[in-house]
Ligand binder design. Sequence first.
Ligand SMILES: *[C@@H]1O[C@H](CO)[C@@H](O)[C@H](O)[C@H]1NC(C)=O
Ligand SMILES: *[C@@H]1O[C@H](CO)[C@@H](O)[C@H](O)[C@H]1NC(C)=O
Ligand SMILES: *[C@@H]1O[C@H](CO)[C@@H](O)[C@H](O)[C@H]1NC(C)=O
Ligand SMILES: *[C@@H]1O[C@H](CO)[C@@H](O)[C@H](O)[C@H]1NC(C)=O
Ligand SMILES: *[C@@H]1O[C@H](CO)[C@@H](O)[C@H](O)[C@H]1NC(C)=O
Ligand SMILES: *[C@@H]1O[C@H](CO)[C@@H](O)[C@H](O)[C@H]1NC(C)=O
Length: 356
Amino acid sequence: MVRSSSLLACTAFLLPALVGAQYSMVKEYQGASFFDDWNFYNNYDNLTSGNVNYLSAKTAGQDQLAYINDAGNAIMKVDNTSTLNVGANRNSIRISTKDHFTVGSMWITDMVHVPYGCSVWPAFWSSAQDWPSGGEIDTFEGVNQVTMNQMALHTAPGCTHPANATQTSKLVNSTDCSIDANNNEGCVVTTPTTSSYGQGFAADGGGMFVTEFAEDGISVWFFNRSSIPSALSGNASTVNPSDLGTPTANWPSSSCSPAQFFDPQALVFDITLCGEFAGNSVIFQETCSGVCYDDWVLGPPSNYDNAYFEVQYVRVYGATGELTVISGARPSTPYRSVVAAAALAVAAVGGALLAL
Ligand SMILES: *[C@@H]1O[C@H](CO)[C@@H](O)[C@H](O)[C@H]1NC(C)=O
Ligand SMILES: *[C@@H]1O[C@H](CO)[C@@H](O)[C@H](O)[C@H]1NC(C)=O
Ligand SMILES: *[C@@H]1O[C@H](CO)[C@@H](O)[C@H](O)[C@H]1NC(C)=O
Ligand SMILES: *[C@@H]1O[C@H](CO)[C@@H](O)[C@H](O)[C@H]1NC(C)=O
Ligand SMILES: *[C@@H]1O[C@H](CO)[C@@H](O)[C@H](O)[C@H]1NC(C)=O
Ligand SMILES: *[C@@H]1O[C@H](CO)[C@@H](O)[C@H](O)[C@H]1NC(C)=O
């Protein structure tokens, strides 16, 4: 269960050069093997009431809704070729990583296109096995024709976004992260640039989202293509957050302790249509017209020509020398026992090396 992480810890002991690095790469989803270590949801959207069927890996491949394109990038898209009968859902994709990542992790994605358009609701986020009470981190999310990405946390009651957070965005939409407050809106911060979502993101050649899930807080950085820091260009095998500047959004542990409110997280990409957020009649009318399902989902399939992710990679990093990857689909033991076992394994590896 912790084999790959034990090897990583071992490498860190053997290679002093790595010890100064705060995070080291533990997992890469990229190129031809991008889809290998994700579960495909294979069910209609019974989570957010959207008008989609999430396909199995097999059907998604056959129908070319999830595939690797000629540039070597992963495509995940909504069906834009079928005309639907009244009552039918449109086919789409929802995938989540087989591994879970503990506090002390960072994940980075480089995307060249994200889904947008009326009725479209995409997200790149993370979730605990016990959802939503085990914590949810939304790195990337948008609906309809909004122009800026929104980030959020969703937690059990008790976690808030404070006024003194260390972040560049001044666009704070809501501050109570509790799933019981404000219809589970979460504590939302908006990315203050139109290159962070929709057509603006695509026109700028996309960009990178970095999520740090650390003991001292959760942070998200957005970098458009022209402002990617040198620390993240190329194939950085280690990352130090101090090289990334002030995050776009930050939820410090002083008012939202990651260790208290977040179980290990699996990463998720999904694209739904309408549903509780995009299809909310007030929100829908803010940037679109007509009726979400009747006029858009049932409308011409070309409504969905821009409803796709094009992802260069997702990389996950772990605090150097720590065990942060829980392999397999679902951790079968509670978080605290996993962390305790991991600490014992590190001690064992250290002990073995000292014995040499
Ligand atoms: C959604 O459907 C899946 C597959 O049938 C099922 O395992 C899961 O419990 C359902 N979730 C909810 C919230 O209904
Ligand atoms: C923000 O305020 C809280 C509560 O007063 C305090 O504990 C924390 O240290 C402050 N954080 C910063 C970054 O100033
Ligand atoms: C959050 O606030 C920004 C800036 O005021 C606004 O553009 C955006 O629509 C808001 N988002 C939500 C979900 O209300
Ligand atoms: C890219 O980001 C930089 C730095 O935040 C900003 O100045 C610039 O306007 C952005 N470019 C676009 C096309 O939004
Ligand atoms: C990064 O790694 C990928 C796959 O291993 C490779 O195709 C690409 O050329 C590398 N890029 C750089 C800048 O080293
Ligand atoms: C569907 O969308 C893709 C982009 O994802 C586009 O290349 C294609 O032309 C669109 N239309 C059809 C009929 O496939």
